[in-house]
Design a binder for this molecule. Sequence first.
Ligand code: AQP
Length: 330
Amino acid sequence: MATRVLSGIKPSSDSLHLGNYFGAVKQHIKLQEKYEAYFFIADLHALTTVHNKKQLETNILDIALDYLALGLNPEKTIFFRQSDVPAHPYLAIILNNLVPLGLLKRAHAYKDKLNRGETDQSINAGLFFYPVLMTADILLYQPKYVPVGEDQVQHIEIMRDIAAKFNHTYGQTFVLPEALLPSKQEARLIGTDGQKKMSKSIGNVISIFADEATIKKQIMSCFTDPNRIHPTDPGRVEGNPVFVYHDLINQNKKEVKELKARYRQGQVGDVEVKQKLFQAFMTYFEKPRRLRRELYQNKDKVKKILASGAVKASKTAQKTLIQVINRVGL
Ligand code: AQP
């Protein structure tokens, strides 16, 4: 059997951001050349935050368009919507019974919400059980690798714990998939606030497919070196989000080197550095942005791709589910 990879993205907003791209999607596009790839839109996971039918439908289509425009090749890859494969929630319900509550209480997604001032009254059970559904998402396809950003590493560990518990309880069933991470800088891309990882729920993002004015605003309002008051003050380049993004996006390496040198010596203002970043961004994503506009005119084709992906994904998922059902005695 060919080595398999699998990963998913939540359609909880209407555009992928730079963190999603460098942490996950860029790897996905590369890996589809080498492995048997399954990539899905995790719409059941989006239900934890999106409670508006129209909004969810729009987000799902938007993420599908984003993914395809960025280079996902439906000829090579099985691309589908999680909710089209009912085996996902089915397996999650079975696995719930093997997971100690304590393990879920330690999960980042849940703890982050508590740290942001939410309580057990405002956090829904869907979010709490999210690592279990994610475990089912993965185990159904038995991939060797799960290419994700650093924020998902703990959830992958939880998935491995649950799979091991299942094997121990019911006999060897699952091989334990591994997380696959890109470079350190890409695996946890810093947000435009210069403090937290780029996250749609925080809003510290640069959206890949937003209109130019929005992207310009996101880039121009990016934090830089907080200790630098005047353009003539020597500035810090390391860890400065504007330079982190330049390093990843700006193909003109000579320009980046010169900008860094001038910044360190207090010879360039933040505005110029950001304007150059905006230009580099538009160049880097010029082709995907054009492709996405074209795809948008052909939404039916996108729906067909997802429908055909769902048929193929269901076949694989069903096989695993039947094996599980037999093992547990249902
Ligand atoms: N800042 C980031 N750096 C690197 N990778 C990231 N990912 C997300 N943010 C960064 C990776 O993108 C993939 C899909 O993520 P997701 O949208 O399904 O969920 P997420 O990780 O929860 O993304 P957000 O933006 O942080 O969403 P919210 O704010 O709603 O929680 C994953 O592989 C993830 O690692």
